[in-house]
Ligand binder design. Sequence first.
Ligand code: MN
Length: 439
Amino acid sequence: MIDETHAADRTSWIASANGHATFPIQNLPLGVFSPQGGAARGGIAIGESIFDIGAALEADLFSGAAREAAEAASGRTLNPLLEAGPAARQALRRRVGEILDAKGAGIAKIRAISRLVHDASGCVMQLPAAIGDFTDFFAGIHHAHTAGMINRPDNPLMPNYKYVPVAYHSRASSVRTGGGLVRRPNGQRKLPEQDAPDFGPCRNLDYELELGVWIGPGNELGSPIPIAEASRHIAGFCLLNDWSARDIQAWESQPLGPFLSKSLSTFVSPWIVTSEALAPFRMAQPPRPAGDPAPLPHLNDVADQARGCFGIDFQVLLLTPRMRAAGAAPHVLSRANASMLYWTAAQMVAHHTSNGCDLRPGDLFGSGTVSGTVPGSEGCLLEMTRGGRNPVSLPGGETRTYLMDGDEVIFRGTARRDGYASIGFGECRGTIGEALALG
Ligand code: MN
């Protein structure tokens, strides 16, 4: 799985890619972008530029399997490429790596092709795929534990937690690429001292730091994906902000779980960092603490336990209107790592399909909030403030329990390993907009 595309000494003739913290030539993430005045199309991030897959096709830079993959990746959505699976993604990755390689053949001719690369700053990023379904898991065990402590201090983790990769069906229609506003939703809220709820703007608006999982090839209804094959169905990953209206959630969720408190919107980072790009950063799933049950056999695979976890570092940053006005840098609220998840992405796929449910190319999973065990590793404000009881102090003397209008939340993610070029996800940003009209 490690090949020439991961070589740390590979450089690109696109100078901004060399030493780029996020999009060096070793990353080559897939996305859909609109250049200024142009239609949405498939592209690959390289340094501060975007490689136009369709322009490369027109210039006849592909042949064989790479050509088929490029054709599947050149349209308004990447669903056809996601459906095609790992061999197609790898063929595209290897050929685009060659085309962009500083020591590649025919560079002078390639560089002369017009519109082959676009300045990323002049492009608008789109959702990379038409998302049929979005499922949000709850695999961050430290998040589950801390959130559970707020309501059930004696029994924070439900008895199913270490057996079932718990999830709920969330809303695909309101997923957006980050960068814009998320309007404060209205909903039914009930303060503890109120006898009955009222309807109004969410008071406890929160983010959730999650690892997003993009599904590649799907499965037929009635044909579960075995755990040993599950990784073949995972095309790649992104950062995901599961915006959460905590006061609405607390009132509406019993007994069927989150609904309007989550469907208000979900933001993703626009680039799909592929399973191939992340190959060097795979690691063993950390051993379960002594006394925890082993995963049931249909969720337990030797190879998945040995390599199904990813060493991805996450950061959550906050920029308030006052900080912005003062020219201050965003403040790092927390840091966590994807290895803190209790379930692997492959276990999520196997569990999701174990009843015969079909996944389709372009389906999206959220991992659940990623949190660690120490202060400063909480993946949402609910946890960080213990349900709003302990406000967070910010530089400049401000505090927050939950998000205020104008606050901007920024997620960053980077995969690092000695001997390899670090690769990043790009940011997932979102700013809280004023409440929707009450109507
Ligand atoms: Mn969530």
